[in-house]
Design a protein around this ligand. Structure first.
Ligand SMILES: [Zn+2]
Length: 344
């Protein structure tokens, strides 16, 4: 067993009460992570790996809940140390016997509920951790080639730290996320890739009147593919899994204490399914047909539009009508001219 348990014993003693609290910090060694991940991938994702290899895919999507069932300790370690575990997981592919060499990004989705956060609840304590947020894309940059990321090594603990470079001169990290060291970082590598910045904001229905909070999201590599580009254009609702990181804000050449945070995206899911991807099950079909016969269908349609907004019935009615008209119009066109069915 290569896992070390360091147990910290805290106690607080006061006149009236006494609290004894154990905080358990688990340290897993890199070889152990690589070995366990290889075992996991062989058992649950072998077929996906084979098809990814033959189709020349760039990434492999992994359901967190499956990893959690396979090895809860490894899954927890991933949530706390995503940078380290994802790099080890990608290395573990070398240990799996596959047709041809496979280099894939490991992308994680379906995080446990406690890691699905509201943007406004994100704090400094989440920096360096894997989190999931649900949001509406408010702004999106063009996809820019050759955005660079510099990799540094911490002289104290050996951790590798990647820093997104936004300026002309290569900038080291301000602080090691693992040990807190602030100096003498060693520059070891630089990577170039296609990248895109998004600003996402909290979905309307959860804000209950407050101004929606927003956060920046950084997409790179195959997360900027044409298919992903459609899903991440403004107006789309997405679920992002990623590592919370900081960009030190610079004021007149000095390093400011104020921090800007962003999510370095690991995976993106559409919350609203595209029409062409929509699957209608026989049960759905039955429900739709039942609804069509419902004499209240018209008022049900109207009240289903922005249900969190009180009143505004006439506007909602107008929106419902225009949706139906546009659908009918395009259905006529698509039947006649073979144009793809488009809905509002
Ligand atoms: Zn360090």
């Amino acid at each position: 067993m290569q896992t070390f348990y360091l147990i910290f014993y805290f106690f607080q003693n006061s006149k009236n009460f006494k609290i004894n609290k154990y905080v358990e910090i688990i340290v897993m060694e890199r070889e152990e992570i690589v070995e366990k991940f290889a075992e996991f991938l062989k058992e649950y994702y072998y077929n996906d790996l084979v098809s990814a290899a033959s189709e020349g895919k760039k990434s492999l999507l992994i359901d967190f809940s499956i990893l959690d069932k396979f090895n809860p300790e490894l899954a927890d370690y991933l949530l706390e140390n995503p940078e380290e575990v994802l790099a080890a997981a990608e290395d573990s592919l070398k240990q799996i016997d596959l047709p041809g060499s496979v280099k894939l990004r490991i992308r994680i989705f379906n995080l446990p509920e406690e890691k699905q956060m509201r943007i406004r609840n994100i704090r400094a304590e989440h920096i360096g951790k894997l989190i999931s947020v649900d949001g509406m894309v408010k702004r999106a940059s063009e996809i820019r080639p050759e955005v660079s990321e510099a990799i540094f090594q911490c002289p104290e603990c050996g951790a590798k730290i990647s820093v997104i470079q936004t300026e002309r001169f290569i900038r080291p990290p301000t602080e090691c996320e693992k040990c807190g060291n602030r100096k003498n970082f060693k520059f070891i590598d630089q990577k170039l890739y296609d990248a895109r910045w998004l600003t996402i904001e909290e979905p309307f229905e959860i804000t209950s009147g407050e101004r929606p909070s927003e956060i920046m999201v950084f997409l790179k590599e195959d997360l900027t593919s044409p298919k992903m580009q459609n899903k991440t254009d403004p107006g789309n609702r997405i679920k992002v899994v990623g590592i919370l990181k900081q960009i030190p804000r610079r004021v007149k050449g000095t390093r400011s204490r104020q921090l800007e945070i962003y999510i370095d995206a690991n995976s993106i899911e559409s919350v609203e399914v595209e029409w062409e991807e929509l699957e209608i099950t026989p049960e759905d079909e039955k429900k739709i047909l039942e609804l069509a016969r419902d004499p209240e269908i018209y008022s049900k349609l109207v009240s289903s539009i922005a249900p969190s907004l009180y009143g505004l019935d006439e506007i909602k009615e107008a929106i419902a009508c225009s949706c139906l008209v546009v659908k009918l119009m395009f259905r006529k066109i698509s039947q006649g001219l073979g144009v793809k069915f488009i809905s509002c």
